[in-house]
Design a binder for this molecule. Sequence first.
Ligand code: ZN
Length: 238
Amino acid sequence: MTARGFAETLSGAVIESIERRGKFLLFSLRGEDVHLVVNPKLTGRFQLCPPGAKKAGPVHVTFLFDQPPEELRYIDQKRMGQLYLTQTPQDVPTFSDMGPDALEVTREEFKQRLQSYRGEIKGILTRGALVSGIGNAYADEILWNARLHPYRKRTSLSLDETEALFHALRTTLVESTEQVRIAMKEDIHLKPREFFAVHMRGGQACPRCGTTISLVGANQRITNFCRGCQPGGLIRGM
Ligand SMILES: [Zn+2]
């Protein structure tokens, strides 16, 4: 759809609900058989602010509301994100490849689904097919909470470790959501991360055991973990 068609379709529309599915956002419009689906990828986010407020980053789309004083801006540093207007969100690329939401998957479902994946546990968590909604940073935090080395093979995990992983997944996301809520307040464009235990903490002391936190990889694919309390796994890239 062109920018013009996009604007025409949304003109006069009323947002009825906003829902998150994995990393996607779904805006439902009142009385319209069309959804606005946003895949923010790595750096897409929204800024809700009065018109004229300082831009929190490069603005690509601005939604103007009838009722001031606010407008909603889609900002994206890397311009990787995508916005779709569609009647069938399932048709949006990668939307239907997503596993169940990380906060909704049950323990049994998680354990059962995990059986069909091989390879390293961090990669399985971040790819989104097992469960959706876990990015690179939160995978590091979850694995640290579960005391699992990120490069452990899924097939090497014991039943207890699988249980620990499910528990860590749930608690990390629930507790982090609360931390983000407190730090973010109305500034929804912020990305609070000060509470992370290991991610982006390479070279610092592990808050659990004091060992220096390791760093592997570069750019958006950094992996941080603690060799002291997340032992095992094939060490690569070192
Ligand atoms: Zn440690």
